[in-house]
Design a protein around this ligand. Structure first.
Ligand code: KG4
Ligand code: ZN
Length: 349
């Protein structure tokens, strides 16, 4: 039987614990502290760390009972070592070290972004090599070329200011919608005309970095547009603004992802991160990929947002490929570069 891997994720506001055997998902338990951050309009790091501490053991127990296995059955432990919130990462890594020590099993400190890509294996089978990945969430917006998710992940571009999800959350706030705003914008935008307002598409000029993103100008343009209506005493057409804003984000994300595939001769695109749950992004990506002859893989929404299954999925792949385990003094790294898929293993620089 393939090894059973426990995956632990605590880089932001989700305490995720997953159990994976090979590419089979056995359990995906998540405890989110998002409600505790709602009144601040964003994730408060100290609040997130405390919530991880409280949720860690109950979430591990929940995952074990969901999978119908015992802790003693676990063959390896994978944990997010970065990037993410410093204090939050420490909670997960400390827990993973304790499990690895107590069970005397190998520990793998992994990159959160690579895990977002690897998770697709649980839904669509082995990742094509190479594939291209578009990761869009509240914390990151990246385009990655992935020849090998366990050892070779190359950054092509990233946001130079706000992450895509952050832009959704900030615009939602301007429109008076609750935090996190992405799902609310997605919902209200269904009743709006996306072509009614032509919001700016960041970094799409002839001299701009082709694979980088910028959403802060768009966010400001939306805020100004809304402000002008309010000052004129007009009602703000929330559905229209939401639809036009969403269209601007989706247009840029899909255009750049398809261009990156074409430029690198890659025929498979994986989309992950919380924003991958966006219905318009999924629809436009499907259309544009079909037109360009690219196969699109988008995991179901629960696997797109932060979770432990993605970490276990990457851990299982590292074990399957005989990669060395991390040392027990494995460090966390809040700004871990994507080029480091595995952290703290002997022989790695
Ligand atoms: O991956 P995730 O759960 O956490 C990280 O930020 O790492 O992503 C959360 C982000 C939030 O900004 C949220 O507003 C956005 O994903 N989001 C969406 C949708 N669902 C979640 N954005 C647009 N449309 C959605 N349906
Ligand atoms: Zn994430």
């Amino acid at each position: 039987m393939e090894p059973l891997v426990l995956g632990i994720e605590t880089s932001c506001d989700e305490t995720g614990v997953g159990l994976v055997r090979g590419t089979t998902l056995l359990a995906d338990a998540v405890a989110s502290s998002v409600a505790e951050h709602a009144r601040f309009g964003g994730v408060v790091p100290e609040v997130a760390s405390r919530a991880h501490l409280e949720a860690m053991l109950p979430t591990v127990d929940r995952a074990l009972s969901e999978a119908g296995v015992r802790l003693a059955d676990v063959d390896g432990i994978a944990v997010t070592a970065g990037p993410g919130l410093a204090g939050a990462l420490l909670v997960g890594v400390a827990a993973a070290k304790a499990y690895a020590m107590a069970l005397d099993k190998p520990l793998y400190g992994v990159n959160h972004l690579a895990a977002h890509v690897a998770v697709d294996q649980l839904e669509h089978g082995p990742l094509p090599q190479p594939c291209l990945a578009l990761l869009v969430s509240g914390g990151h917006s990246s385009l990655l070329l992935v020849p090998d998710v366990t050892a070779d992940v190359q950054p092509l571009g990233a946001t130079i200011d706000d992450a895509a999800g952050e832009a959704f959350d900030k615009v939602a706030r301007v429109l008076g919608l609750p935090f996190p705003g992405g799902p609310h914008i997605d919902r209200v935008a269904r009743d709006g005309d996306p072509a009614a307002i032509d919001f700016p598409r960041g970094l799409t000029g002839p001299r701009d970095a082709v694979y980088d993103f910028s959403f802060s100008g768009l966010k400001t343009a939306v805020a100004r547009w809304v402000e002008a209506r309010e000052q004129a005493g007009e009602t703000v057409p929330v559905a229209t603004v939401a639809a036009a804003f969403q269209e601007a984000v989706v247009d840029v994300l899909t255009r750049k992802a398809v261009a990156a595939c074409r430029d690198h001769g890659v025929l498979d695109l994986v989309i992950g991160g919380g924003v991958a749950a966006n219905s318009r992004l999924r629809a436009v990506a499907e259309q544009r990929c079909a037109a360009a002859g690219i196969r699109l893989r988008v995991p179901r929404p629960k696997l797109c947002t932060d979770n432990g299954a993605m970490v276990a999925a990457l851990g299982a792949e590292l074990i399957a490929r005989d990669r060395p385990a991390s040392a027990l003094d494995l460090p966390t790294d809040p700004s871990l570069p994507i080029t480091e898929v595995l952290v703290g293993a002997p022989g790695l620089s």
